[in-house]
Design a protein around this ligand. Structure first.
Ligand code: ADP
Length: 479
């Protein structure tokens, strides 16, 4: 058992009853490591220890919490090459993207180290004489954080850092496909001097470990990022237990290209938004809504640049697009490519590539001639595939942009201020980008969406306080 990477519970590194292999999607013969799976008893123990440790952590005060978070940021920076390599190896992001994600995680911890010192309340005069009212923000208690594989360090960072900053204790359940990066983060948090029980890591499958965390009575709130069906199930179970819940789920993000757009800006933003990170971002541009008069020029140039993208192993210096994360995801992507053809699209690219080694490589794909009601324009694919929908004018583009059950990020490329402003006001999404890719956001401002994309308060930036704290109104009469 000694070579199994253990869970972290109550300040101890503990092996689980079972374990899971972590394999490299660029080469499935590369076994990255074996990671412990938490048993139900392990999850119970982590949640109980977290609940017991929380008040000490809160009472330690903002300076202690800020110092610990700063040390975590420094730890991430110091170990950045190792973390980025692990991330690229287990998730398949190319090394430059993995390095940027790692730096982002350090920035997030640094930001919340500052926020720990800026917990504001309000003092309000009472309508009753001699009475003072104070509205304070307090931590929730022990919180459960469930994270996906596609940002294996950034998403744990943007949940763990605010949770700890505001005085909560944490049980983190990372995705079973990417435990390695979360494990390195847990080591750094442990080394930063967080008291025993305040931060816990439980690894393993969602259906057992994740579900046990959601059901645990010692957990006051659940923050989840992942798919819509899992999010829906988690919200129902959380509400049964009267837990506060925050969900970040899918997207079907539109990128509108108007006829007055700068073509090179539009193509660069689309290439990035649709295909970088193998399209495995909830903010990826998956519907390209293009005005008829610029359609052919845009499609020709985008196709040329897309087909020139080098798809290959995440750690190879020349790779621009890494592998798909798993066999199941690749099968799903290929099924959507076939569906696009069956629905009447002209498909460019999208085929499986052999690559070097045994990896899940797929050429990026464009589905030309798509219409908004097609399944490929309504369902999240989560791969390097984008549909192209031709529209006549701005009004039609806006209508199509809003014609999905999702509302995470939306983009428009135009040089016309009136259309840019109108799009910002009327598009139904939590984030809007003008002349920028739909993916790629700053770490210090709210992140989240509408409709099926998100539920509950926004994540990141100062907005995170809404989820990770509870307000208390206290009245004082001094006699
Ligand atoms: P994906 O399809 O991208 O893997 P999921 O929603 O299945 O997205 O997974 C996101 C996270 O939710 C992962 O950590 C996964 O283990 C976890 N998870 C999956 N099913 C459940 C569940 N029933 N209860 C709690 N967590 C779950």
């Amino acid at each position: 058992m000694s070579n199994i990477h253990p869970n972290f519970i109550a300040g101890d590194w503990r092996n689980g009853a079972t374990s899971l292999e972590n394999r490299n999607p660029s080469d499935i013969d590369d076994l990255i490591g074996i990671y412990a799976c938490a048993s139900e008893e392990d999850v119970r123990s982590a949640c109980l220890e977290a609940a017991n440790a929380q008040s000490t952590w809160y009472d330690a005060g903002p300076q202690v919490r800020s110092d610990v978070l700063n040390r975590v940021a420094t730890g991430i920076e110091q170990r950045a090459p190792e973390i980025a390599r692990m991330l690229a190896r287990e998730e398949g992001k190319i090394l430059s993207e993995a390095t940027a994600e790692t730096q982002r995680a350090a920035h997030v911890f640094r930001f919340f180290a500052g926020e720990a010192l800026r917990v504001h309340g309000e003092f309000i005069a009472s309508v009753r004489s001699g009475v003072d009212i104070e509205v304070a923000r307090e931590p929730l208690g022990a919180v459960g954080l469930i994270t996906p594989w596609n940002f294996p360090i950034a998403i744990p960072a943007w949940k763990v850092a605010p949770a700890l900053a505001y005085g909560n204790s944490v049980v983190l359940k990372p995705a079973e496909l990417t435990p390695g990066t979360a494990h390195l983060l847990a080591r750094i948090i442990a080394d930063a001097g967080v008291p025993a029980g305040v931060f816990n890591l439980v690894m393993g499958p969602g259906a057992s470990v994740g579900a046990a965390l959601v059901a645990d009575p010692n957990i006051q709130a659940i923050s989840f990022t992942g798919s819509v069906p899992t999010g829906r199930a988690i919200s129902q179970h959380s509400l049964n237990g009267m837990k506060k819940v925050q969900l970040e789920m899918g997207g079907k993000n539109p990128m509108v290209i108007l006829e007055d757009a700068d073509l090179s800006v539009a193509v660069a933003a689309t290439l990035n938004g649709s295909f970088f990170s193998t399209g495995q971002r909830c903010t990826a541009s998956s519907r390209l809504i293009v005005q008829a008069s610029i359609h052919d020029a845009f499609v020709e140039e985008l196709t040329r640049q897309m087909l020139a993208l080098k798809v290959g192993p995440a750690l190879a210096a020349e790779s621009q697009v890494g592998p798909v994360v798993s066999q199941a995801q690749l099968d799903s992507n290929l099924a959507y490519v076939a569906l696009a053809a069956a629905e009447g699209c002209d498909v460019v690219g999208g085929e499986r590539l052999d690559g070097s080694g045994r990896g899940y490589f797929q050429r990026p794909a464009l589905f030309l001639g798509a219409t908004s009601s097609m399944r490929v324009c309504q369902e999240e694919i989560f791969g390097p595939c984008a549909s192209v929908i031709r529209v006549e004018d701005f009004d039609e583009a806006l209508w199509v942009a809003n014609d999905t059950p999702f509302g995470l990020s939306a983009g428009i490329c135009t040089q016309n201020l009136r259309y840019a402003r109108e799009f910002r006001r009327r598009v139904q999404s939590g984030m809007v980008m003008v002349n920028l890719p739909t993916a790629g956001v700053d770490y210090h401002v709210p992140f989240g969406g509408r409709k099926n994309s998100s539920f509950g308060p926004r994540e990141q930036g100062r907005a995170a306080a809404e989820f990770y704290t509870s307000s208390k109104t206290s009245y004082l009469f001094s006699g």
